[in-house]
Design a protein around this ligand. Structure first.
Ligand code: G
Ligand code: G
Ligand code: MN
Ligand code: NA
Length: 254
């Protein structure tokens, strides 16, 4: 209740900011994209995690203006990356259920891309499978329009929600993000390794790229490389960082 009153004011006061977590091409070890993750600098409580405010923002509808701000901030960052000649780096943003159902979503994305002169393919939208399953017909029509617009669509937290293999053949999806749940116990849990290897192979057969989330150790990275996972994300490579720190990381790899 407190947060629901405070959040709109905080957006005006510019107390929300984005961190960017690098996603690394496992073949070249280069950063090819980043996931934008929102943070709230609360005037009294300090940094608040999205885990503690996204669901409230969903309920109150504040997620819509917040999501618009995330989108436009990410597109501005894409423009800055282009101006620094990092034209091949993409940004992924997370979409929640209410944003996905917002009839203005497509227009909002179109406008942000146009305003900052961004190649649509450089914007990736992360959507959870649970969200897709809520209304499969809406998912089909929205994802089809997004694909026509040229943006990239990723399924976030793949493997832990209520999902169905059926949607994978029906929906235009470009990327599967294997949930950290399957990665964190590699190499101790053989079942997780089998499932991860199977997800990667299935995704490739369906012409999708695979991102593994939450990679923390070299052993996990090597396992994923050996199973031809395309992209890695996790503390082994980098925690989520501010934009200027991302620029430093990019400068160092050239
Ligand atoms: O940043 P962190 O790893 O703490 O993120 C926690 C959760 O918050 C993740 O599930 C992530 O998807 C979600 N999240 C982070 N930023 C955003 C955002 O801008 N919009 C939405 N809808 N969810 C976000
Ligand atoms: O749910 P989603 O995948 O959008 O959110 C990513 C979350 O995972 C963020 O809260 C981010 O800070 C966190 N995260 C990213 N890399 C790692 C990691 O290597 N280990 C752990 N424990 N969490 C991570
Ligand atoms: Mn995500
Ligand atoms: Na995830």
């Amino acid at each position: 209740i407190r947060f629901s009153r405070e959040m709109p004011k905080s957006l005006e006061d510019e107390n929300f900011y984005l961190l960017y977590q690098p996603q690394v091409d496992l073949k070249t070890s280069k950063i090819i994209s980043v996931e934008a993750l929102v943070r709230w600098k609360h005037p009294e409580l300090g940094i608040v995690s999205p885990l503690d405010f996204i669901s409230i923002a969903e309920e109150t509808g504040f997620i819509v203006p917040l999501g618009r701000w995330v989108l436009s901030t990410a597109c501005r960052a894409l423009r800055e990356l282009s101006d620094l000649q990092y034209d091949d780096v993409r940004i992924a943003i997370n979409l929640s259920s209410r944003q996905f159902r917002d009839p203005e979503l497509l227009n909002m994305i179109r406008q942000a891309l146009h305003r900052y002169r961004i190649d649509p393919a450089r914007l990736e939208l992360e959507i959870t499978e649970t969200l897709l399953m809520q209304d499969i017909d809406l998912a089909i029509s929205t994802l089809t329009e997004l694909q026509q617009l040229g943006v990239t669509v990723a399924i976030d937290d793949f493997g832990i929600g209520y999902s169905s293999f059926n949607y994978l053949k029906t929906l235009p999806i470009n990327v599967l993000k294997v949930d950290r749940e399957f990665i964190k116990d590699i190499p101790d849990h053989l079942d997780d390794m089998e499932i991860t290897a199977a997800i990667i192979s299935m995704a490739h057969r369906l012409k999708m790229k695979v991102v593994a989330e939450g990679i923390e150790t070299d052993v996990q990275k090597v396992f994923l490389e050996e199973h031809h996972c395309d992209v890695g994300q996790g503390y082994l490579f980098s925690k989520p960082v501010p934009l200027d720190e991302l620029f430093e990381q990019l400068a160092q790899q050239h």
